[in-house]
Design a protein around this ligand. Structure first.
Ligand code: SF4
Ligand code: SF4
Length: 427
């Protein structure tokens, strides 16, 4: 049966005479007749039909070769990638006092020093630009716009170094958007700013309770006004952090943006994240890729995804879901120059992989690289979306990163619904 093993198929509930095929590798979807599906299973397709399915990565001529290709995919990506991506923690300082903030209990005006920033510039120039890679930074905090001089020091220096090396430099930021004014955007655009990930937590009432200024004043109205003023100049990726009790009210933030006159077609994908009860050390932004199969999380995720699409906003594509730990040219640089492989792991110093001064150490064993290179994962239809799941969850659940964190139950319960949501939204 040379239908790809990295696909799912299911009867279309709206048209019982058809079957939907979805490639987890290419995120392509096609609706075929029961007759054609039966012909595919029997390997009796005509050339044209076979070519179409092959192009959509729903068909393979050689299942063994396809499996081997998947096994080597991340190594190949790492060997050929020409981009270095890093998340940079500029400061832990913030003008908001969100009760759920993972940094709240140790936020003390701690920021990246000029010397550490110089080490970062030197490292990126030598190890990344110097080796022919483009550089994409993501400034993070605390609130990165509370550290504008440091942000500009890094962006200006790396912009010049990239131009000198004939490579590209750009940056994005995770910001609460209270300081993201047109003047700030105009100042940062020429330095390489391309997009910003911002947060609105549901209704104005929920947001002002979950994300007040340090003074206690609400921040919802100011953020919305800033968004409206800048969203045509940079790509804004909105998100919100929900709980089990309030997620049903979160579509209100999408309605508020629409009522403010914001055009959803120009906005970036919306990404809602749960505030996980047992993740006291994790910022929901840092751990957006943590995916749990708890029933309420599946229900909340599907509900918010559906509400988002219904209003004409984009959602993240169901693309390859590789944990950043597996990506060689990807780092997180903490404010003190310590290095990590994932922002959500910064709460655990024992998982640091090095420092700017000493470089990156060998983390293959400590971070259990290639954990997904086993028969069960390589034969699993969900492999392209999972690659062994989240190492952070493995660490939180078992105190070490020692195996896969299987997402089968999650995909079994949600993937068909997501494909149908996309089809209904015409994506
Ligand atoms: S460990 Fe990997 S999958 Fe988990 S939050 Fe970090 S980058 Fe995402
Ligand atoms: S961890 Fe589970 S869901 Fe993920 S690829 Fe392996 S078998 Fe599939």
């Amino acid at each position: 049966m040379p239908l790809s093993r990295y696909m799912i198929s299911f009867p279309d509930p709206a048209r019982p005479d058809t079957v939907i095929l979805h490639s987890t590798r290419k995120s392509s979807t096609v609706r075929v007749s029961q007759r054609l599906y039966a012909a595919a299973l029997a390997d009796e397709l005509g050339d044209k039909e076979r070519d179409t399915l092959r192009r959509l990565l729903l068909w393979t001529d050689d299942l063994t070769a396809e499996r081997e290709e998947m096994a080597g995919l991340i190594d190949h990506t790492n060997a050929t990638s020409t981009t270095f991506a890093a998340t940079i923690v500029l400061t832990l300082d913030c003008n908001l006092a969100c009760p759920y903030c993972f940094e709240g209990h140790f936020r003390e005006n701690i920021a990246m020093s000029e010397e550490t920033a110089a080490l970062l510039i030197e490292y990126v120039t030598r190890e990344q630009l110097g080796r022919g890679r483009d550089v994409e930074l993501r400034f993070y905090g605390g609130e990165p716009l509370m550290a504008m001089p440091r942000l500009k020091q890094i962006a200006v220096s790396l912009g010049k170094a990239a131009a000198h090396a004939g490579r590209k430099f750009s940056f994005t930021m995770v910001t609460n958007a209270t300081l993201l004014t047109p003047a700030v955007v105009a100042e940062l655009l020429p330095l390489g700013l391309t997009s910003a990930q911002i947060t609105l937590d549901g209704t104005e009432e929920i947001h002002n309770r979950q994300r007040p200024f340090v003074s206690g004043k609400g921040s919802f109205a100011l953020i919305l006004a800033n968004l409206k003023a800048v969203y045509r100049d940079i790509l804004i990726k909105p998100g919100g952090n929900y709980t089990r009790e309030n997620y049903r009210e979160f579509s209100a933030m999408l309605d508020a943006m629409l009522e403010a006159g914001i055009d959803p077609a120009i906005m970036g994908p919306v990404q809602f994240s749960p505030i996980l009860p047992k993740s006291g050390k994790i910022d929901p932004h840092a751990a957006a890729c943590v995916a749990s199969s708890e029933p309420w999380l599946i229900e909340a995720g599907l509900h918010l995804r559906g509400e988002t699409l219904k209003r004409g906003f984009a959602v993240e594509k169901m693309n390859m879901g590789v944990c950043m730990i597996e990506i060689a040219n990807s780092l997180v640089v903490n404010h003190d120059g310590s290095l990590y492989k994932c922002p959500a792991l910064m709460g655990w110093p024992e998982l640091s992989v090095g420092t700017l001064a000493d470089g990156v150490g060998d983390y293959r064993e400590s971070h259990c690289l290639d954990v997904w290179k086993n028969d069960e994962c390589l034969d699993c239809a969900y492999l392209p979306l999972c690659f062994g799941g989240c190492r952070l969850l493995s660490y939180m659940n078992r105190g070490k990163i020692d195996g896969v964190e299987c997402r089968k139950a999650l995909f079994d319960a949600s993937l068909v619904q997501m494909v149908l949501q996309d089809l209904n939204a015409g994506r």
